[in-house]
Design a protein around this ligand. Structure first.
Ligand SMILES: Nc1nc2c(ncn2[C@@H]2O[C@H](COP(=O)(O)OP(=O)(O)OP(=O)(O)O)[C@@H](O)[C@H]2O)c(=O)[nH]1
Ligand SMILES: [Mg+2]
Length: 346
């Protein structure tokens, strides 16, 4: 077996065992792009385009960028035989069908949340993306891009705001003009680790990816004068190998993401509120005027920002609503005798 050609893509002994366990004959490969049901797979025999899922059963896991798969029939029409169990998965609520989830990328070690110095920063947005990132099983890292455009003191201010929201998350300041921060990103992906970069259109994701590849592989677009809005230049999720080793998934710009099944990650991002709530007199305290509410006390003495409390309340309500819809949908399916268990699988 010729595995040396895929080691730089992150193949290791554990993936080898996963392939053995799958009990299929195909060769391993990593999905580098998914487009309208067709996927590009990097294998030991080079890059292959595999057919859509039409031949696979409805309940089979559809591959996403970053997945390790076994490919069969390499010389005919290659197909994905099986998707190996994901170590991590970035998953959002499907923007089209509210009761389904949509995996965005798989087997990611670090999730880079990119924010450009040329646009307003919103704490609520960072909190939401942090929930998505922690929920994936990967480690989030905040990237403040375009530092060459920052006014004096602006970077320090932004760093302070980010660390107030996310004290345990590393912040890397970057500029593709000066080269600041690029080494640190490369270092975080050392040893064929995989990162995925998320952020608004125009945040500078593809430009950063190109700088780390050392070549203009990804198309980049100008931002609008005035509000620095991007033009949605990147439209697929692309896995790319960096010049110094390591891999990065470039993604299309997103303004917001719906949360899916992310209760633990929510508690992690809002640990200050959860900790305070442990001292409330009532277990089911809604922090809405109940006697002995420790969260309200923390708000009153300035330890918790009331806007943060409100954002937490809204995100918790969103998750509860999504749970409710899932349960309803499962019930509907079971009543009709349709196959069970789709929907929640990762
Ligand atoms: N001054 C400066 N401009 C940058 C930097 N990084 C990116 N840009 C510019 O920001 C604009 C948008 O960059 P892209 O890399 O296309 O942004 P993106 O996040 O990939 O956008 P989408 O693909 O639309 O999601 C381009 O005009 C880049 O040249 C930087 O470090 N400094
Ligand atoms: Mg892009």
């Amino acid at each position: 077996m010729e595995r040396s050609a895929i080691l730089h893509l992150g193949w290791d002994a554990d993936w080898e065992s996963a392939l053995d366990d799958a009990g299929v004959a195909g060769v391993p490969g990593r999905i580098t792009r998914v487009e309208r049901g067709e996927s590009d797979v990097a294998t030991e025999r080079g890059l292959l385009r595999v057919l859509s899922d039409s031949t696979r059963s409805q309940s089979a896991v559809a591959p996403v960028t970053g997945d390790w798969v076994a490919v069969a029939d390499l010389d005919g029409s290659p197909i994905v035989e099986v998707v190996l169990p994901r170590r991590t998965a970035l998953v959002r609520r499907d923007p089209g069908e509210r009761e389904e989830y949509q995996p965005l990328a798989a087997n990611v070690d670090a999730v880079f949340l990119a924010h450009g110095h040329d646009r307003p920063f919103r704490e609520g947005k960072l909190e939401r993306f942090l929930v998505l990132a922690w929920n994936s099983g990967a480690t989030p890292v905040v990237i403040l891009t375009k530092s060459d455009l920052a006014a004096s003191g602006e970077t320090a201010e932004l760093e302070a705001v980010v660390s107030a929201v996310a004290p345990e998350v590393e912040v890397v300041v970057t500029s593709t003009e000066s080269g600041e921060g690029l080494e640190r990103i490369a270092e975080l992906l050392d040893g064929a680790k995989t990162g995925a970069i998320l952020g608004e259109s125009g945040a500078g994701k593809s430009t950063l990816v190109n700088a780390l590849i050392g070549d203009d592989i990804q198309e980049t677009g100008h931002v609008r004068k005035g509000d620095a809005k991007g033009r949605h230049t990147t439209i697929t999720r692309d896995l790319l190998v960096l010049s110094g080793g390591g891999l990065l998934i470039d993604t299309p710009g997103v303004r917001a993401v719906g949360l899916w099944d992310a209760h633990d990650a929510l508690a992690r991002v809002f640990a200050d509120i959860v900790d305070a709530a442990a001292s409330c007199r009532f277990n089911d305290c809604a922090h809405d005027g109940e006697p002995g509410c420790a969260v309200r006390a923390a708000v009153d003495d300035g330890r918790i920002d009331p806007r943060r409390l409100e954002r937490h309340r809204l995100m918790a309500a969103e998750l509860a609503e999504s749970d409710r819809r899932q349960v309803e949908r499962e019930r509907g399916r079971n009543r009709k005798g349709a196959p069970k268990g789709r929907g929640r699988r990762r």
